[in-house]
Every structure is written in structure tokens, then in C-alpha cells.
Design a protein around this ligand. Sequence first.
Ligand code: FAD
Length: 293
Amino acid sequence: MEHGGEHGLRVVVVDKFGGAGNGSTSASSAVVRFTYPTIAGVKAAWESRHCWEAWRDHLQAPAGEPLAAFNRCGVTILDVDFAPARMFTRHFDKVGVPYEKWGEGSCPGGCPPLTPAGTSRPVDDDEFFADASARLGALHTPDGGFVDDPQLAAHNLATAAQRHGAAFRWKTPVTAVMRRGGRVRGVCLKDGTELSAGVVVNAAGPWSGQLNRLAEAGGDFTVGLRPLRQEVHLVAAPAGYHDAGGDGGGPVLADMDLGTSIRPEGREFLLVGGTEPECEGVPFRPCRSSGRR
Ligand SMILES: Cc1cc2nc3c(=O)[nH]c(=O)nc-3n(C[C@H](O)[C@H](O)[C@H](O)COP(=O)(O)OP(=O)(O)OC[C@H]3O[C@@H](n4cnc5c(N)ncnc54)[C@H](O)[C@@H]3O)c2cc1C
């Protein structure tokens, strides 16, 4: 970024792909939830929710411009030892995020027909086919939901940025970060161009750790970042699921113990995803529960 432009900054966005939202954003399940373990995470998610709800105003987009839509279908997360409701409600109370705590077996907000799943044991465990012997509660946030087209949302943001004077250079990978006097001074692009800038914002998503290394930055960060593979499948929704939710379909459900989440996709389907990929070396939760529903 350099000084100039409408708000005092001249912004050039450099991206190695051919357009906005072609990175991990295009593959995202786009669930908007508030269940983050830090208060900073909860605040950021809660603030974003207001932007999604008033997307056209947020972007100052003219009427008629096609925009991504936010579906407020609610997000329900099972209250499990690995991610107990209290871990989130202590922040919700401070930030003002509305929530309902569903007791064991009761879903006053109207939940989808959850089938008792038996024990959460691996298939090669003798107890896999045993009946469930316990029930779980859940934490429901009615204001959560999902964005129907995350790639379009990224396009919307790029178009809004252009309206405010930002320039875009697509298919131009950053190959080096220029430094002078201990400060970042700009970037070098693959085509040989050098872009000098007073401020360089690293928005490289899963590649941002790599870019930090090019910039020799991040050594003192307390939070690291690395890409993780995520698996998401499109399956037919069971009967009754969509009727239990709002206009956008059935609610989003997450089970951090089993490491799965589901969200509606159209009126007939579900997206089923994992919350932590075992293949990436993330310690997958062992099946601790003796029996649950
Ligand atoms: C399958 C899946 C499901 C997900 N589900 C959810 C969900 O339900 N809810 C949720 O909140 N999050 C979800 N996420 C995570 C979410 O998608 C990401 O956190 C988010 O999209 C990251 O956005 P970003 O703009 O930071 O990165 P990206 O969208 O990945 O964009 C990074 C950009 O940086 C560019 N870039 C990288 N390196 C360079 C370089 N050297 N030079 C130039 N350009 C470069 C890339 O070309 C890319 O355009 C999911 C992710 C996946 C993969």
C-alpha cells in the first residue's frame, strides 16, 4: 500500500491465481459460527455476522449487483468434553452473542431428527454396535448460518475494493519480499516487477506462513499457521432435516468429539465435512465416550 487514493492509501492487490476467491475460499463450506475458543475470535466472528446480514450495505453495492447471500439457519454444536459449551458461553456472555443451551435430549429451538448413534467407537471395536447409554446436550446459536457462495462473496469484496480505488494484478505470484533497514519495503513478482510499498498486508491464507518466511517475519508470533487438508462430501439430506431449519434449510450441526459437521446445501442435500483431518497429524480425539446419543 502507498499513500494516495480516496482514503489516503493506494492499494494494489497481487494474487497468483486468475481471480478473487480462487484459493481455499472457493472450497469453503462457508459456515458462519461464533464457537471460537478465544474472545478475539468470538468478537471477530460476531462482528462479521453483522456484515453478512447487511452485505449490500457493507459493500456499498448498487442494487442489481449479484451478491452472495447469508442463510441464518442457526448453528448447533454438541456439548462434548473436547469442546464443552462453557468454553464458548463465557465469551458469548461478554460479547453479547445470543445462545440457547439445549439440555440432554431436549431441543426447544426445533432440531433435526438426530438418530441415536450408538457408542462412538471405531468400527473394529467390539462395542461399535452397542446401544447408546448416554445423552448429550448442545449449544445453539440462532444467528449462525452459512454463506451460499463463498467465491461470489470474494468477488463482491474485490468489486467493492475496486470501487474504492484498489487495483488488482492477477496471475502474478510474489516470489520475494524486499526489505530495507529491517523493514519490509515491497514485493518482487514472478514477472520481474518490483512493487515498493510502505505497508505489505499478507492475505495469502494457507500460504501465509510461506510468505512470512519470505519476509523473514513471524519468528516472534505466538500463533502459527499451516495449511490443513479438509474433506467435505455432498450427500442427500435425510427426510425431515430441511423442515427443521429456517428458510435456508436445516441447521448447521457440529460434533467436535467425532470431528464432523453438516450444513444444508440447497433444499435436498447436505455438506458433510471433517473438523480436523487425521492425515495431517492433528491429534484426532480418541473415542472416549462410553455411550452417547
Ligand atoms: C474444505 C474447506 C472447508 C472450509 N469450511 C469453512 C467453514 O465452513 N467456515 C469457515 O469460516 N472457514 C472454512 N474454511 C476455511 C476458509 O475457507 C479459509 O479460512 C478462508 O477461505 C481463507 O481465506 P483467505 O482469503 O485468507 O485465503 P484464500 O482464499 O486461500 O486466498 C489466499 C490467496 O492468496 C494467494 N496467494 C498465496 N500465495 C501467494 C503468492 N506467493 N503470491 C501471490 N498470491 C498468493 C492465493 O492465490 C489465494 O488467492 C474451509 C476451508 C476448506 C479448505
